[in-house]
Design a binder for this molecule. Sequence first.
Ligand code: EPZ
Length: 418
Amino acid sequence: MEKIIVNKSLGLKGNIKVDGSKNSILPILAATLLCEEECIIHDIPKLKDVEVMCELLEVIGAQVTKLSEDSLKITTKEIKTSEAPYELISKMRASFLVMGPLLARCGNAKVYMPGGCAIGTRPIDLHLKGFKALGAEVISENGYVHSKAEKLHGSDIYLDFPSVGATENVIMAATLSQGETILENAAEEPEIVDLANFINSMGGNIIGAGTKTIRIKGVKKFHKTEHTVIPDRIEAGTYMVAAAITNGDLVIENVVSSHVQPVIAKLRESGATIEEYEDKIRVKSNGFIKPVDIKTLPYPGFPTDMQAQFMALMSLAEGTSIINETIFENRFMHANELSRMGANVKTEGNTAVLKGKSQLSGAKVKATDLRGGAALILAGLAADGETEITEVYHIKRGYANIIEKLQNVGANIKFVEE
Ligand code: EPZ
């Protein structure tokens, strides 16, 4: 079994380069199904989730060619099957993002219902509401969602919640429809903007991405393109917290500062010194962590994907912090694991109260999900003694080379295989 062993590593110092965004590349890979010509994509992170999505694209009919360490060429001359099989969907819920492009490209899509996961039930009702509004017939049976439409037509669609996935799926479904679609209360995340830029680069007509109202004018077909994925703002935020929690001094490279403003604001409130440059951010800590309250919100609010990492940091704050998780209904599993390490955290519904300053000590803990796992690494870097983390496959889904990146700045951390 693979484990991560972390020992106390205060004073991390040096540079860490962030990879391309996981939550940007996954919808962009799905969107390549819209195009019959070649799509060349750069800055692709080396992640398990990317491998799973590429496997799914090949099953559907895409030709995926590795051009270099972090570049791929994807060409989908024709769709071989519009059915996404259970074994791939069950590996990664983001596979459901192929439904919109399949519906747009061939008027038919049969995708296994993505299950919930550790952090919540993760329904897809808003995705299906959008497809129906565009004229698709949607049937759910035997665990599959089957949608079909002779021709999709533009529509006015209101999303009851600014769901990232629903915004992405509906945009992709609407790109080849007849007429214009207006999507209201859309998600405003940078990954939506990156997806829209990618689709527009191959001939799409999307305006307003990054705002609550997105207009998509259907086009006839798409042409070849080349695109570089935006940096991963959550990976960047995670290493920014690594500097703050270890009394360190790290320069995080390949960051779009405007994408991480909530994290910068909260780290400054907690006492860290942040210097923003063109495409990098320096985070320094003097070892004294002030308590700050966090409320997760849709972008541009504080990202839910940074909540677990901040819980680790706040366990060392000199006072009480309150964390309010408003996006997912069950995203505090890491609290139990942090408690094993000595964090004084109590959760009640979607609120967690942390009473610092705890004296963290190394323990045997398990990664409960991707970001919860990252939080345990951060806590392990500050804890006395040795922390042993299992279920590390969660972490490998979203953090390429995290062990090497941290070792390069002085962390005492390693993978072991037993
Ligand atoms: C994306 O998930 C990200 N994943 C998540 O990152 C991220 O936490 C989330 O957006 C929120 O920012 C990818 O981009 C691959 P949502 P997604 O639809 O699209 C409810 C990580 O750690 N909802 O915005 O699934 C849903 O239950 C991962 O990198 C509906 O009710 O998130 C949740 O409570 C974790 N009906 C809320 O909206 C729907 O049809 C936000 O979900 C869809 C969603």
